[in-house]
Design a protein around this ligand. Structure first.
Ligand code: UDP
Length: 328
């Protein structure tokens, strides 16, 4: 009998890539999503497979899955600053109540549980690059607080289940990750810039663009997560690509890649926007033998080709209605 894995957030960007990976590894995959930010197009190719089943469910409510479960990967959560602003309560609930429900399920099934944490637990970091031992600099009542604190609580309750109930748990701290199936209008910088280039609009840089990020291609991220799940390490591990650039440089790269004739324009920097972010990946290297392999040039080309292949009407749907309240 195949090993069985439950993946929450299965119709999302990372969740859908994880479903693909576990199907490839010959698992029976149960994908779960409430479709608030997920999109069934991301997993439509899996639907006909016998090894895949989809459950339309919100994990913040009691979760039932029949039969055995060997692994649970909790990837359900809004994951962009625009989304937290639009659905702040759901963001808090899925990280806290949702995690609690899934930990209970993991206990009942004696399954190993991996949670998707984030570099946001470091907030606007005062230690650079960020090591797992850094406790972070988070504003609990700022616009990002609903996500950051839910994720910090998620780590805490997962660790409590590990120490108190002896549950097998894993915690991955995911740094900015990109690739095909990102939502074009979720407000994140990469789909924002590529969408603007494809629509012939100027690229909107927030602040002066001197803030930094380090972008990891999705296949590298999935490989790191898979290795962590299969390891015996219960403490948090950063998975990300340490190649750090400023948002200004990133905009220039997108302009070059897309050949757009548009220019960059500057908007206000959103409140609590981290000024620098780069993972220290020494732990991933040492414990998992993992490091990012796919450079931005290669990864961005694949991602651009994906966005270019989308139907034109998708390029023009904007979701920025609440955005002004996010700006200082
Ligand atoms: N950003 C930007 N223009 C945009 C969208 C985002 O300059 O149209 C900036 C944003 O202020 C942040 C960085 O790009 O400094 C990354 O933003 P994103 O929302 O992708 O992720 P974050 O790492 O902030 O969670």
């Amino acid at each position: 009998m195949k090993e069985r894995v439950l993946i929450t957030g299965a119709a999302g960007f990372l969740g859908s890539h994880l479903c693909d990976r576990f199907i490839k590894e010959d698992f029976h995959v149960i994908g779960m999503d409430n479709l608030i930010t997920g999109n069934l197009d991301n997993i439509s190719h899996l639907m006909p497979l016998e090894a895949f089943e989809f459950h339309h469910h919100d994990v913040s409510d009691f979760v039932h899955v029949s039969g055995k479960l060997d692994y649970i990967l909790h990837f359900a959560s809004p994951a962009s600053p625009i989304d937290y602003l639009k659905i702040p309560i759901q963001t808090l609930k899925v990280g806290s109540l949702g995690t609690h429900n899934l930990l209970g399920l993991a206990r009942a099934k004696s399954a190993r549980m991996l949670i998707a944490s984030t570099s946001e637990v470091y907030g606007d970091p005062l230690v650079h690059p960020q090591v797992e031992e850094y406790y972070g600099n988070v504003n609990p009542v700022g616009p990002r607080g609903v996500y950051d604190e839910a994720k910090r609580f998620q780590e805490a309750i997962t660790m409590a289940y590990h120490t108190y109930h002896k549950l097998e748990t894993r915690i991955v701290r995911i740094f900015n990750t990109y690739g095909p199936r990102m939502r074009l209008n979720d407000g994140r910088v990469l789909p924002a810039f590529i969408g603007q280039a494809l629509r012939g609009e100027d690229l909107t840089i927030f602040g002066d663009g001197s803030q930094t990020r380090s972008f990891c291609y999705v296949d590298d991220q999935v490989e790191g997560i898979y290795r962590l799940l299969m390891s015996d390490y219960a403490y948090p591990v950063n998975i990300g690509n340490p190649d750090e650039i400023t948002i200004r440089q990133f905009a220039e790269e997108i302009i070059k890649l897309t050949g757009t004739k548009q220019k960059v324009i500057f908007k206000n920097l959103p409140k609590d926007d981290p000024m620098q972010r780069q993972p220290n990946t020494a732990k991933a290297k040492e414990i998992l033998g993992w490091e990012a392999k796919i450079g931005r040039k290669e990864g961005l080309k694949i991602t651009y080709d994906y966005f270019k292949s989308l139907p034109k009407e998708k390029l023009h749907k904007t979701e920025h209605k609440n955005f002004s309240s996010f700006i200082k």
